[in-house]
Structures are given as structure tokens and as C-alpha cells.
Design a protein around this ligand. Structure first.
Ligand code: NAD
Length: 242
């Protein structure tokens, strides 16, 4: 059991596969949650908006305090994946990926740190990827955006530990969510069959479910992880990127 009861969290991408599991996991542990996404999810407070809008991002942490009275935890979970080699990527693919995957966490962290410092501390959990730590093939735009999130996490983990703010990242390998399933569908594959095949490639025998990631996010947000700052925690069922 963690000690999260009574805390307040802001979670981006709260209506997505991993985001919904993070919201439900926090709620089950007594955390009040404000979710931000393009569409409403099932958080206690649901804010809809586009994380490509800088002013929207900048205002979210203060809005969380206004809605919930405090802000102890920020989870930068929203993300998009751009597939293909660099020669297939458009200017828009690059700009969108960097805006949603990197600039939004930058803005949310920048706005949340003074609020948390003033309150005596807090926890920020960024959702990077195994590819943010070990690059994989044919996704240079996505991979470099996730590496930027990993690096941002390590930097902020150092810079704000003395304010009682712990910044860490979870780095999943494949997770059974719309992100991965729509990728298979786009390539003309049956998502269920493709996931069955992927399961066989994981030492634990299956790719992750959103709950597998949400439980690690909750751990990093809790005092159980009190001595962790700037960590990039791989959650991969034993399947490391070669
Ligand atoms: P998902 O597509 O199910 O959810 C992503 C959510 O982000 C969606 O609800 C979407 O609406 C929201 N979002 C996207 N663009 C937005 C914008 N401009 N403004 C506001 N919200 C926006 O994907 P997921 O698999 O749950 O991914 C969550 C995180 O996990 C992402 O950062 C992703 O890169 C990371 N991740 C996923 C996997 C995987 O295999 N699924 C693996 C490693 C890392």
C-alpha cells in the first residue's frame, strides 16, 4: 500500500489507454485527480484542451490548484507516435511530436515546480519509453522526442530534489493500448493477432497492460519512491531493446 491518500494529481492524456489506468489507480488510492486530454475522461475534474496550445499547458498546474486546492503530483503521460524513417516525416509530424511529447511536459513542469516548491515538495512522473533510453528502428521522430523527455527527467531530478520535488520517468516497452493497436490496424494487420505474436517476444509472455504501467507510476508518485530522483524506470516484462 502507498501513502497517496488525500493527495491531488494532474494527469495528461487521461482519456487514453495508460492515462485511464493511471487515473483509476490514483482514485483507488484516495488521490483526487484532474485529467487533461482532447476529450473528457473519468477523472474527478476533466479539462479538455489541446496540449499543443502553450497557454493551455502553462495554465494547467494553477488550474489544478484552483479545482482541487493543492497539487502534489503531475503525470506527463499524453503522447503521440509518428512512425517511419526520417525521409517519410513531414514538418508537421516533427512539430506535433515535439509539441505534445516534449514541449507540453516542459511547460507543465515549469509551471508546476514553483507551486510544488512553495508547498514543500511533490512528485512529477513523466511517461517516456524504452526507446527514450535505447533507440529502436524506424521511428526517429518518436524516439528522439522520448529521449528528450528522458533527459528532461534526469535534469529536473537533479535540479529540484533540494526543493523536495522528485522527478522520475517510467519507460514502458509495448503496452496494449489504442496507440499500439491503431498502429497495427493502419498497417493492415489484425491488432489481436499482432499482439498475440508480440506476446511471444516478451520473456514474461505478454506485452504490458495499462495497469502494469499505472502501478509503477503510482509507486514513483508515492513516498515509497522517496529516494528516487531522475530515475528512468524501464517496465518491459524482461524485453529490453536490442
Ligand atoms: P493512447 O493513444 O491510448 O493515449 C494517449 C492520450 O493522449 C490520448 O487520450 C490522446 O487523446 C492524448 N493526447 C494526444 N495528443 C494530445 C493533445 N494534443 N492534447 C491533449 N491530449 C492529447 O496512448 P498510450 O499508449 O496510453 O500512451 C500514453 C503514453 O505512453 C504516451 O506518452 C506514449 O508515448 C507512452 N508509451 C506508450 C507505449 C505503448 O506501447 N502504448 C509504449 C511506451 C510509451
Amino acid at each position: 500500500m502507498t501513502d497517496l491518500r488525500g493527495k491531488a494529481a494532474l494527469v495528461t492524456g487521461a482519456a487514453g489507454g495508460i492515462g485511464r489506468a493511471i487515473v483509476a489507480t490514483f482514485q483507488a488510492q484516495g488521490v483526487m485527480v484532474m485529467g487533461a486530454d482532447l476529450k473528457a475522461g473519468e477523472a474527478d475534474h476533466n479539462v479538455t484542451g489541446d496540449l499543443m496550445d502553450g497557454a493551455f499547458c502553462d495554465a494547467l498546474p494553477a488550474q489544478a490548484v484552483a479545482e482541487m486546492g493543492r497539487l502534489d503530483i503531475v503525470v506527463n503521460n499524453a503522447g503521440i507516435i509518428t512512425r517511419g524513417k526520417i525521409t517519410e516525416a513531414t514538418d508537421e509530424d516533427f512539430a506535433r511530436s515535439m509539441a505534445i511529447n516534449v514541449e507540453a511536459p516542459f511547460r507543465l513542469c515549469r509551471a508546476a515546480v514553483p507551486i510544488m516548491a512553495e508547498a514543500g515538495g511533490g512528485a512529477i512522473v513523466n511517461v517516456s519509453s524504452c526507446w527514450g533510453v535505447h533507440p529502436g528502428p524506424n521511428h526517429p521522430v518518436y524516439v528522439s522526442s522520448k529521449a528528450a523527455v528522458a533527459s528532461l527527467t534526469q535534469c529536473l531530478g537533479m535540479d529540484h530534489a533540494d526543493q523536495g520535488i522528485r522527478v522520475n520517468a517510467v519507460c514502458p516497452n509495448e503496452v496494449n493500448t489504442p496507440m499500439i493497436r491503431t498502429g497495427f490496424a493502419t498497417r493492415g494487420l489484425d491488432p489481436d493477432k499482432a499482439i498475440d505474436e508480440l506476446n511471444a517476444s516478451v520473456p514474461l509472455g505478454r506485452i504490458a497492460e495499462p495497469q502494469d504501467i499505472a502501478d509503477v507510476v503510482a509507486f514513483l508518485a508515492s513516498d515509497q519512491a522517496r529516494y528516487m530522483c531522475g530515475a528512468l524506470l524501464e517496465v518491459n516484462g524482461g524485453k529490453s531493446v536490442q
